[in-house]
Ligand binder design. Structure first.
Ligand SMILES: Cc1ncc(COP(=O)(O)O)c(C=O)c1O
Length: 355
């Protein structure tokens, strides 16, 4: 059995739309895509903007293959990891009949994408009593009890910051072979230092890894991410994706930042974030209004407050916005704090010290 047998049957035999720019990139005069022959502005930043962009910008594909250490055929460039979630859901889960599995508290888009698609959501909660660890036995028994097609594993997990060992991902993929795809969301992996699940792809074609440039790479505004998977899965995603998912403006921004020299800058930025994280978490642990600070492997952490609403209101008065996570399972009183610059973090602390 191939992993493609897990895809929705109606997709078999569907051919990719042949966009003008997927058929011809070399030429002197382009009269093939009904574009305007001119840009209506002299702004140098808009040069070439009258043309459709490359559907999968080759320079970005090359850099991604280098940085993630995978062959280009295993990669799809997406409009952020969010698009990867959507593409997988649409391609693998039969609406009305099949399910995805999530491990709450976790990133909300997995469940939203499934519900928008008309699919059901099965939950295998993280173990709050064991530091929000993912319990593979619980995930497997839930995944096997229904028609679950995608199992989302977020490492480090948003919003708890918890890591998931590679052995756990491997155990899930092994047990779910020929049954479900394990979707490993590594949006925050650069902050954790853990090895990527991409190293498991050769052995487990039922793993798909989501990556993003929105976090460590500082390009959330560009909307660029990657889906890394078995070549048969990425080939299917190239059929399911929009004809031109990456705007020319986004591609330019990404190409200016996402390369080998950029990687050095990114590592320095991550190191700065980690040292600020240590300072901020230590200071939070001493704040009288804070009852608990959860350990984290990401660029955010959860702090629990004796009076969360008072803390949120005090911060809002100073224009400081953090994320209320108190309604998530196991996170009563919890607020998710993203690590900012040293100056921003100091203002955050000042806003809470008086409480
Ligand atoms: C775990 C996780 N995955 C994916 C995303 C979305 O990433 P992108 O900006 O690449 O769509 C987020 C955004 O916060 C996230 O927390």
């Amino acid at each position: 059995m191939s992993v493609l047998d897990l895809a929705r049957p109606h997709l078999r035999g569907v051919e990719a739309y042949k966009s003008a720019r997927s058929l011809a990139t070399e030429g002197a005069i382009f009269l093939d895509a009904n574009e305007s022959p001119r840009v209506l502005s002299d702004d140098a930043a808009l040069k070439g903007m009258n043309r459709y962009p490359a559907p999968q910008p080759p320079a970005i594909v090359r850099e991604a293959a280098r940085y993630y250490g995978v062959p280009a055929e295993r990669l799809v460039v997406t409009r952020g990891a969010d698009e990867g979630i959507d593409l997988l859901t649409r391609a693998f889960v039969e609406p009305g009949r099949e399910e995805i599995l999530v491990t709450p508290p976790t990133y909300g888009v997995y469940a939203i994408a499934a519900r928008l698609h008309g699919a059901r959501v099965c939950e295998a909660p993280l173990d709050a009593a064991r530091g929000f660890a993912l319990d593979p036995a619980r995930v497997l028994s839930s995944a096997k009890s229904g028609p679950v097609k995608l199992v989302f594993v977020c490492r480090p997990n948003n919003p708890t910051g918890t890591g998931v060992p590679l052995e756990t991902v491997e155990a899930l993929a092994k047990e779910l072979t020929e049954r479900a795809l394990v979707v490993v969301d590594e949006a925050y992996l650069e902050f954790s230092g853990a090895s990527s699940a991409t190293g498991l792809l050769e052995r487990y074609p039922n793993i798909a890894v989501l990556k993003t440039l929105s976090k460590a790479w500082g390009l959330a505004g560009a909307r660029c991410g990657f889906l890394i998977a078995d070549p048969s899965v990425t080939a299917l995603m190239q059929i399911v994706r929009a004809p031109y998912p990456i705007s020319a403006a986004a591609a330019r921004a990404v190409e200016a930042v996402f390369d080998a020299p950029g990687e050095k800058r990114m590592r320095r930025s991550v190191a700065g974030t980690l040292s600020e994280r240590a300072r901020l978490m230590a200071a939070f642990a001493r704040l009288p209004c804070v009852t608990e600070v959860l350990p984290t492997e990401a660029n955010f952490f959860i702090a629990k407050f004796a009076d969360k609403d008072a803390a949120l209101a005090a911060l809002r008065r100073r224009g400081i916005i953090v994320r209320d996570r108190g309604s998530e399972p196991g996170l009563a009183g919890g607020v998710r704090i993203t690590i900012g610059t040293a100056g921003e973090n100091s203002k955050l602390l000042a806003g809470l010290e008086k409480l």
